[in-house]
Design a protein around this ligand. Structure first.
Ligand SMILES: [Zn+2]
Length: 73
């Protein structure tokens, strides 16, 4: 499961089973009310943070290592 987005007063969580539910905070453990699957809130929060932190990942591949090696030679 992962954070689908921030909502007023908490987070919208999307479970792997397709069920979406809201939670006030990413606590110790999140439990899906539909299928009962549980996941650590810190893992879900870290995943959400890493994904939201990167505005554009296409910028990083503009200068691959092999191109730099060719330029030196
Ligand atoms: Zn579920």
């Amino acid at each position: 499961m992962h954070v689908d987005g921030k909502i007023s007063g908490g987070y919208a969580i999307l479970c792997n089973c397709g069920n979406a539910f809201a939670t006030e905070r990413l606590g110790l453990a999140l439990e899906c009310p539909a299928c009962g699957h549980t996941e650590l809130g810190v893992d879900v929060a870290a995943d959400y943070y890493l994904r939201s932190k990167r505005p554009s990942s296409s910028h990083d591949v503009s200068s691959p290592p092999f191109a730099a090696g060719l330029a030196k030679a």
